[in-house]
Each structure stands twice: as C-alpha cells, then as structure tokens.
Design a protein around this ligand. Structure first.
Ligand code: SAM
Length: 304
C-alpha cells in the first residue's frame, strides 16, 4: 500500500494526514498552537522550509505536491512529535510569540506567556501614562518577554533575571538574534536580582506557579519542560511568597508589576490576603494576569 505521505502527495492532503495522526496519537497542545490542524500546518511548513505565515490557499503552495525528500522530512518530524511527545518547538528549535521568533530548546519552557498580550496591546504604556524606561523581566527563562519589551520600547533598558544559567544562555542567544545586546542585561539570581539604583517602571514576571496537584497531571509535552520553571510548590505560590514582599521596594512610586498566575488565582488570593490586585483579561482567562501597583505592594508588604 502506498504510504499516505508519499512523493506527489498534495500539500493539503499532507496537512490533513498530519492533523489526523496528531489527534489519533492524543498529543497535547499549548506550546504555540491550540489544535491539531494548526500544529499540522506548522509541522508541514517547517519540514518544507517555508515561512510559518505562508498562505496555504494561494499558489504556489496551494498546488504544491511533496517531493520525495519533503515527504520523508514531514513523515520523520510527525513520527518524532507523536512518538516522543515533545513540544514541536523543541523539535524545530524555534518558537514564535506575538509574531517574533525565538530560539528554543529544553533548557527553558517554550515561549507562550500571556504577559505578551497586554505588552503588545500597549496596556502597560496606558497604565503608566508613558512607555516604560526601566523594566525587569523576573524569571526570564528563554528571554522572550525581555526581548518583546526591548522591541516594544526602544528607549527602555531591560534586565532579564533567572536562577538557571542554562536558560540565561538561551535568553542571551535570543537577545543577540534581535540585536538587543546593549539594552538587555542578563543576570543570574535566585529570586530577585540586586536592587536597581533607580526604581523600576515595570516588572514583568511569569514565575513557576503550577501547584503540586496540577504538576502530577501534566501531559508529557509539559513534563518535557524544566520542572524548575513550572513547579511552584504545594499551592504554586512558593516563589511568589519569597519575592512579593520585596517587590514594592524595586518599583518607582508610579511603577507596576505585571504577574502571570495562570489558573492559580484562587491560590494567589488565598496566599496574599489583603494585597490589592487588578485583573487583566487575556486569552488565558479573566484573572490569569494581575497588575500589582507599587503603592499596593508597599503598603501590603510590611503586614507579611
Ligand atoms: C514559567 S518560566 C518563565 C520563562 C519565560 N519568562 C517565559 O515566559 O517563557 C519560569 C522561570 O523561572 C525561573 N525560576 C525558577 N525558580 C527561580 C528562582 N528561585 N529564582 C529565579 N528564577 C527562578 C525558571 O528557571 C524559569 O526560567
């Protein structure tokens, strides 16, 4: 029988085949795509060396049929994805966030932070009344948020800090990829980096916040990511318990911290009773991202 992904297979058939195979294998999404069709398009376009924003309905791709080499490459990548259950971005070495490409490998989680949405929408500029000048990306990992911040605000200086030297090496590559070397400083630190001389306008923080129960139920694609980057202890709040009391001192009087907490709002508000927070709606829900103002952090912290 002729294999489904043989030379001469029309591109739409190859995508439909991959989509079906991904669904049948029960792979998990959430590392750049949310469904089998989108992931199949990404997989096939990558294997063909085509840009990921290619229009598949327009010639020449609409009429493209796979060459023998292309069919082999698509089949091999599909087999890796379904058998190894790794995020596709780890297999291709590249991930995209807000249309910006990043190098990625297993040293860091795949870029997908919800904080990229308000950043791109200008929410922080509006909140502050001006573009941020001094920004900290706390728990920078792959460096994607630090890079997006430096690209969005050409006059800003950004510090990206993380405990993981491996992740920071990757972050540095991403900064170099986007020629941001002079404006981003990478710092290795457990918790907060050294206090800046001038108060910060904005702290972006996507910390490890997955609680122990959720960690135990993660699909293989998420377990392939560094545990250090995800696991936040029994209620997901261990890292934040350490740093939140100090955050107010890092911010300028008008400054703000934008914090991703995913589905952990209940745990967050139980752990930090009395801390005033504004919820920001994102594609991840109405309370997966919080804004903590300097004044709220400063008045709350002494009570801890
Ligand atoms: C959820 S990842 C965020 C990565 C990146 N900012 C993003 O949004 O894709 C959390 C990061 O926190 C870092 N981290 C974990 N514990 C830490 C600690 N005690 N101090 C500093 N960073 C820590 C991990 O190494 C990881 O890179």
């Amino acid at each position: 029988m002729k294999p489904a992904l043989a030379a001469g297979c029309p591109l739409p058939h190859a995508i439909a085949h991959c989509s079906q195979a991904l669904t049948q294998a029960g792979v998990a999404f959430g590392h750049g795509t949310t469904n089998a069709h989108d992931e199949a398009c990404w997989l096939v376009l990558w294997a063909l060396g085509q840009p990921l924003d290619s229009d598949l309905r327009e010639p020449p791709l609409a009429h493209h049929t796979l060459s023998p080499d292309e069919a082999t490459r698509v089949a091999a990548l599909l087999a890796q994805r379904t058998e190894q259950r790794l995020p596709l971005a780890y297999l291709t070495g590249e991930a995209w966030l807000q249309g910006v490409p990043f190098f990625i490998d297993a040293r860091s989680i795949v870029p997908r932070s919800l904080l990229a949405e308000p950043l791109a929408q200008g929410v922080f500029d509006d909140w502050l009344g001006h573009p941020p000048q001094r920004v900290l990306d706390l728990c920078t990992g792959n460096g994607s948020l630090a890079v997006l911040a430096a690209l969005a605000w050409p006059h800003a200086h950004v510090v990206g800090s993380d405990i993981s030297a491996d992740a920071l090496a990757l972050a540095q590559r991403n900064g170099q990829r986007h020629h941001l070397h002079p404006r981003i400083t990478w710092v290795q630190a457990d918790g907060l980096p050294p206090m800046p001389e001038t108060g910060l306008d904005l702290i972006l923080c996507n910390p490890p916040y997955v609680n122990a129960q959720s960690m135990a139920q993660l699909p293989p694609e998420f377990r392939a990511e560094p545990t250090l980057a995800l696991h936040g202890g029994a209620d997901g709040m261990d890292f934040l318990r350490r740093v939140l009391p100090q955050l107010g001192a890092y911010l300028a009087p008008h400054g703000v911290c934008a914090l991703e907490i995913g589905h952990e709002a209940e745990h967050f508000f139980a752990a930090f009773t009395g801390l005033e927070a504004t919820t920001l709606a994102t594609s991840g829900g109405d309370d997966a991202v919080l804004l903590l103002e300097a004044t709220a952090l400063q008045t709350w912290a002494p009570a801890c």
